[in-house]
Write a protein that binds this ligand. Structure first.
Ligand code: NDP
Length: 525
């Protein structure tokens, strides 16, 4: 892609150049011919293998073993932290310009391997081709954004005012310095961006890191770790461990030698980590990026076509398994029937199937447990609402060996039903009719979450929407995605309320300083 002027983002991915497809297909064929290999963890620059292993299977075809990974133990977790601790003094004292240069190299290596990592992503996560490539491109851009922030702020070294001391000269300097050992625990749905983004920021800032991916997606993160390794990061500066969150992950959290953590994942696990991490001797930085229950409000003045396209893309992209997925649609009564008809029509055109296929929009859901959740929720909705479309798992033919679900829209669900408030994380969206926008806003904000939100309506209504919505990332009148599609530097990403802890968005102005503490250096001559 370096040769063309095309810049891949989630907003441009709907119309990519042909070359991108050709290259993806070549790399996919190579990958398929070499599946099932064993991959180690990386601790202190060395490959680490354990007695117990686990298989990484594709959710699109559970007969397909993508790779074999190490079931790391508490001992491996502690070893990784010890390696990061040992590497910290040198890395933190390395000139920030040199750290930037190494991290830029890692970002370039990620770009160079975009088709390979993207193909693994499609098979491992079940994410469609363009969104998989988008996740990798976003990862490189997130790392570059952290580098750019470091440069723009000249290493966060700032001369302060001089105090008026008679007979002495004082210089006062504010320096942002790294904390130490940082954990990066990531979810399955954006395994590259949500590992690489926080890792890039933590590393540029001068921390050393331990990365732990979701058990469903170790392969993508292993390839990302190789890019860090091949960029020349010194041994122990980054460490990569794999294994269950409940054992290895918990051991990472419980280790007192950790100085900060970025956890991206579900609300319940995140809050558990927050509480456990608070058991240390003092308060340590805890960046949590948690779930969402993202609404789209459609006014009677909306452009129906834009709204319908945006809603369908955001409700069903990655099978509704985005923290930013549009899981609630709230429509003003005069436009309700027209909008619903169009949303249903577009939903019925979505192609579900093998996520590596060019024309497929929706792949499978991630695992058996999510597949079961889909069946339980649709059963519950069959009592509590009315399916406009979907509501069934897909089991015939090409769907027989994967976790495929039909995109589902549900109407007439009572507004006090629990599933208006709980994140389902599946291709299921509920639609409500309201009599005015105030009612819509009240409903939109009446959840524990505040991640993203969408709006379609007039210019004046849009101002009112931005003013009143309680969410970190908000889009108005956007056909490319009602609630999804953030890109570093354009839409820094983070949530309010139960969706996040720091109040500052990743890929934005205020993110990098979260990875450093301030030190004032006063020197009197
Ligand atoms: P989970 O919360 O199930 O898991 C996230 C990570 O935490 C995994 O690596 C998991 O490992 C690990 N983990 C689980 N238990 C522990 C523990 N006790 N100690 C340490 N680590 C642990 O989330 P999912 O992977 O299912 O991801 C989906 C969730 O992520 C959704 O709620 C979604 O909204 C949220 N999310 C939020 C985003 C945001 O930016 N706000 C972005 C993307 C997703 P293992 O897999 O081994 O259990």
């Amino acid at each position: 892609m370096a040769e063309s002027t095309f810049k891949l983002t989630y907003a441009t991915m709907f119309n990519p150049p042909e070359e991108l497809h050709t290259r993806f297909e070549q790399v996919l064929a190579d990958l398929k011919a070499n599946l099932g290999q064993e991959h180690g963890m990386i601790i202190n620059g060395e490959e680490r293998f354990t007695e117990e292993k686990f298989e990484d299977r594709s959710p699109a075809n559970t007969d397909q073993v993508l790779g074999v990974f190490q079931k790391g133990t508490a001992q491996d977790a502690n070893d990784a932290i010890a390696a990061a601790r040992k590497a910290f003094p040198l890395w933190s004292r390395t000139k920030w310009q040199e750290r930037v240069s190494l991290l830029r190299k890692a970002a370039d290596l990620i770009d160079q391997r975009i088709f390979e990592i993207g193909a693994v992503m499609a098979m491992e996560v079940g994410k469609n081709r363009m969104e998989s490539l988008g996740d990798i491109a976003e990862t490189a851009d997130l790392i570059r954004y952290a580098c750019y922030q470091m440069e723009k702020n000249e290493g966060y070294i700032v001369e302060m005012g001089r105090d008026p001391l008679v007979g002495y000269t004082a210089t006062n300097t504010s320096v942002l310095r790294p904390y130490g050992v940082w954990l990066v625990i990531s979810p399955f749905n954006f395994p590259a961006a949500l590992t690489g983004g926080p890792s890039g920021a933590a590393l540029v800032a001068g921390n050393t890191i331990v990365i732990k991916p979701a058990t469903d997606t170790p392969f993508v993160v292993r390839l990302l770790a190789e890019c860090f390794r091949d960029a020349g990061l010194p041994d122990g500066v980054f460490n990569f461990v794999t294994g269950p969150g409940s054992t290895l992950g918990q051991a990472l959290i419980d280790n007192p030698d950790v100085d900060g953590v970025t956890f991206t994942g579900s609300f319940d696990v995140g809050m558990g980590i927050f509480r456990d991490f608070a058991k240390g001797n003092y308060v340590r930085p805890t960046i949590l990026e948690l779930g969402g229950k993202n609404p789209t409000i459609v006014s009677r003045n909306a452009d129906v076509e834009r709204a319908a396209i945006g809603i369908v893309r955001s409700a069903f992209g990655l099978q509704g398994q985005k923290c930013s997925a549009c899981s609630r649609v709230i429509v003003e009564e005069p436009l309700y029937d027209t909008l619903v008809d169009r949303v249903v029509e577009l939903t019925n055109k979505l192609v579900v199937g093998d996520p590596t296929d060019r024309e497929v929009y929706m792949g499978p859901v991630i695992n058996r447990s999510s597949y079961q959740d889909y069946q339980d929720f649709t059963e519950e909705f069959s009592q509590a609402g009315r399916f406009l479309t979907g509501g069934k798992i897909l089991t015939e033919g090409e769907y027989a060996k994967g976790y495929f679900c039909s995109p589902t829209l549900v109407a007439d669900v009572p507004l006090d039903h629990r599933l208006w408030k709980n994140e389902m994380f599946l291709p299921i969206t509920t639609i409500a009719k309201v009599s005015n926008l105030d009612e819509a806003m009240k409903l939109a904000n009446d959840v524990n979450y505040g991640l993203t939100a969408g709006f379609y309506g007039s210019a004046e209504e849009t101002k009112w929407f931005f003013e009143n919505i309680q969410a970190g990332v908000n889009y108005a009148n956007r056909p490319h995605g009602a609630t999804t599609g953030a890109w570093p530097g354009f839409q820094p990403f983070g949530g309010w309320k139960g969706s996040g802890s720091s109040g500052k968005n990743a890929g934005g102005h205020y993110y990098l300083p979260l990875y450093m503490h301030e030190q004032i250096q006063t020197n009197v001559e």
